[in-house]
Design a protein around this ligand. Structure first.
Ligand code: ADP
Length: 489
């Protein structure tokens, strides 16, 4: 493709060399440069891509897209200087791949919690409605029935466009995508044409990256600021920051709510361990999902589907059959009615949410027995150590019995991690807490402790199917282990 065509709509600061250069390949990685390549020099947090420009030229790069012109530039290479290279790359990538996002309905989901859930529920709903769909999420990238491994929450602009082309080729009409705040700040969604954007909620998270809560809010809002006039912007009216998200968007402003006024209104009629009964726009429906937070997710999904032009009745019929996303409050139930819940909660905030949800849902059974909560939880190695005592404290505060165990110890000694967790257990809670290093044994012990109707929460891994020990990923699936333990009960 001609460089001048690739730069359509890209604001330029300066150029040197021929604008008629023929570009056959785009990359940000100097190791992938070959003749015909446009190399984008991106300033990362660790390395600055500008330092790789000489290497890219030595490997035959045809065009260099950069923020700073080098002192010496060979005449046979074209240099294009822009103010923001990652942003420019978004538009160049979209032009290079023929703007696939304009040929499908692309819907992005942002927020602190619920991105995977909402994107996955939309994907499942639209498949149920008879469409071919794509999904770009942390759990998996999926083109119709084909699952591809996911790397980032949101892929970079080049791989996003590549994936969208593949999705179009597979006949997908709709693509649902998680949009993290990192992706917005790093311009990984630049140049993508969204048909709609959804906001779930915002709480303190990722402040290590964004610095302040205000910056984090701005990052999420940046997604809505970029939406085109033709898109919808659907926000959570019950979230304190819901309205802020839509302040400056050109898109059509819509909202959903359980508490106040909104375009899409829902009400919870009953909320139990076996599902949610709700009214949505005055229609009464049962859903297989659990917990108040899922009532919000379902409302967001319903609203987005209506805004995408689907029939209300049809949406609710299909949505009532949809199962929860993999490893998000996923249930495994024993023959004698012990309820196992596998959830990805691996942060203090998520663990607290899940345990509070379980606490609110448990009720006396027919014989007047009040179910106990037994939690199996661990913390990863070579990751944030500060959360270890906090997670153990939350687990012991909100459960009747706790088993501390390993969760991807990686290169750390599992017992050291467990000792750091134990430090968060108060002396009074120590009596209900045990430590079993081997995760399989820990789950078996929880099953042995449980009486019928008790609830076992196995937290941290969710959809993961491995245990990372010393860099080796050993097969391990909490759901499978729980099922086996139930069978041997
Ligand atoms: P994300 O992709 O934004 O990290 P997930 O859908 O993976 O969110 O959910 C992360 C955790 O938060 C899970 O423990 C899940 O049970 C819980 N969760 C899901 N949706 C919501 C929501 N709307 N509000 C609060 N918590 C949620």
């Amino acid at each position: 493709m001609l460089l001048s065509d690739l730069l359509y709509k890209v604001p330029l600061l300066a150029t040197a060399g021929s604008m008629n250069a023929e570009v056959t390949h785009l990359t940000m990685d100097s190791r992938n440069v070959a003749p015909g390549t446009l190399f984008v020099a991106v300033r990362g947090t660790v390395v600055d891509g500008h330092s790789f420009i000489p290497k890219a030229i030595a490997q035959g790069a045809t065009v260099i897209l950069c923020e700073e012109m080098p002192a010496e530039a060979p005449a046979d290479v074209t240099f294009v200087q822009v103010a923001n290279a990652p942003r420019a790359m978004g538009f160049v990538a979209a032009n290079f791949y023929g703007n696939p996002s304009k040929k499908i309905k692309l819907v992005g989901v942002t927020g602190t919690n619920g991105k995977t859930s909402v994107a996955t529920l939309l994907f499942r709903l639209f498949r149920g409605l008879g469409y071919r769909c794509g999904l770009l999420s942390t759990v998996q990238n999926q083109i119709d029935d084909t699952v591809l491994p996911a790397t980032h929450t949101t892929p970079d602009a080049i791989s996003a466009n590549e994936l969208l082309v593949k999705m179009r080729q597979a006949g997908c009409t709709h693509v649902f995508m998680e949009v993290s705040s990192h992706a917005v700040v790093q311009e990984r969604i630049a140049g993508l044409h969204f048909a709609g954007g959804i906001f779930t909620n915002i709480t303190h998270d990722h402040l290590d990256f964004h610095g302040t809560f205000d910056n984090y809010i701005k990052a999420k809002k940046g997604f809505f600021d970029q939406l085109p006039r033709s898109a919808f912007a659907l926000t959570n009216a019950d979230d304190k920051r819901g309205a802020v998200m839509l302040q400056n968007t050109l898109a059509r402003k819509e909202s959903y709510s359980l508490q106040t006024l909104g375009t899409f209104k829902g009400k919870i009629l009953s909320d139990g361990l076996f599902g949610l009964e709700m009214t949505i726009d005055d229609r009464q429906v049962w859903f297989k999902l659990i917990g108040r937070f899922n009532a919000y997710n379902l409302l967001a999904v319903y609203g987005a589907a209506v805004l995408l032009g689907e029939d209300e009745e049809e949406i609710l019929t299909q949505l009532s059959a949809v199962t929860p996303p993999s490893g998000r409050f996923e249930q495994v139930i024993s023959a004698d009615k012990v309820v196992g819940i596998v959830d990805y909660a691996h942060t203090p905030d998520a663990l607290q949410n899940v345990l509070e949800t379980i606490q609110n849902l448990r009720q006396n059974n027919e014989e007047g027995y009040f179910p106990q909560i037994i939690t199996v939880v661990g913390c990863g190695g070579n990751r944030d150590a500060a959360k270890r005592p906090i997670m153990a404290q939350i687990a012991t505060k909100l459960s009747d019995r706790v088993i501390l165990t390993s969760d991807n110890p990686r290169f750390e000694d599992p017992m050291t991690i467990l000792e750091q967790m134990q430090a968060g257990v108060s002396p009074v809670n120590a009596r209900k807490t045990r430590t079993i290093e081997e995760r399989r044994e820990a789950i078996r012990a929880a099953v042995a402790l449980a009486k019928p109707h008790d609830i076992i929460l196995v937290a941290g891994k969710g959809h993961e199917t491995y245990q990372d020990i010393q860099g080796t990923k050993h097969d391990f699936d909490d759901r499978q282990v729980l099922r086996e333990a139930f069978q041997n009960r």
